[in-house]
Ligand binder design. Sequence first.
Ligand SMILES: Cc1ncc(COP(=O)(O)O)c(C=O)c1O
Length: 386
Amino acid sequence: MEIRSDFLPLSRPAIGPEEIEAVVAALTSGWITSGPRAAELEEIFRAETGAQHAIAVTSATAGLHMVLTALGIGPGDEVVTPSMTFASTVNQVALRGATPVFADNDYHTMQVIPEALAEKIGPRTKAVMPVHFAGPPADMDPIILAAAKAGVPVIEDAAHAVGTVYKGRPAGALGDVAIFSFHPIKNITTGEGGMITCKDGELANKLRLLRFHGIERDAWKRYGKGGTPHYDIREPGYKYNLTDIQAALGVVQMKRVRELNARRGALAARYVAALSGVSGIDLPGVPAYAHEDSHHLFIVKITGHDRDAFIGRLADYNVGVGLHFPPCHLLTYVRERYGSKPGDFPGAERAGERILSLPLFPGMADGDVDYVCAAIREILSSGAPA
Ligand SMILES: Cc1ncc(COP(=O)(O)O)c(C=O)c1O
């Protein structure tokens, strides 16, 4: 086949004229840090998820940090989470001085196995943190049940899950608290950014304080007409507030989220149709429970070729890919600090050796998918290293 001349990236944000106009309006409004636009984005998330509270932050990583702090998780505590997740989930537990305790993932669906997670809940467990992986939700009912039995909160890592629905209920209001990501690869972006959603008003208040130095009132209200510049701090906080420049982008992206996710879904369906029955590649396993998929990532497993060599071959075709993710229990610091080792989590490890994320973003043409699939078939049929 003929090699394309331009590079097809793994992802590209879907920024249109409306986003640009909204950002310019924020820039010229006279208030560019957190203000009415961030509040509007929070309102949209409350409405979309059904969660009572939404707190806009600088990233999902910041959100995880704040949530673990607000829940009082620290030395001596354990947080049960899947091994197959981005390092950020686990790093934040480690940075609080707590211990991440891993549960295995299903090789096919890549979701955490609920029974495996439930088994790891013990006397030191302070929270469970399932991850909605790649677009479909984790199987939340048994996870919520196990956590309720143990009396510990459920933190949803919803970084991949803007638009994900589990049995008719949106991600973000399934557990006690959830964290979304607006990194540029995600389903909607604010450049960098994130959103925490939660049920409990007291937790929401704590999170709002932690977001901005521990100061009790929003700066945009303090500095507005009728506000007072005085403030007090009872507990120190971080500096994790989302700017209105970024929120302006997010508000427009959220207006388009259904259309953007539908396009992702159509591209994913095209991959599935073109690659079904091709030997040497496993397609994403679809969870059996009722759900709606945000189609954040399209992750295949390369079984008929050395995966890393395969990445190099796809690069020769001018196709970019991703690896989501190396299993966290095998990261050097995790092995050294917590004693995990190869063989501990066979589902995550089997997937980790074979996974490959193919290009998937709303601006892709159908022909781009066809091109990637033709390249995959050609590489797999070349009979090179297995
Ligand atoms: C599962 C998961 N959790 C958390 C994060 C962190 O998100 P952010 O980049 O917004 O900090 C990511 C980012 O890729 C992720 O994939």
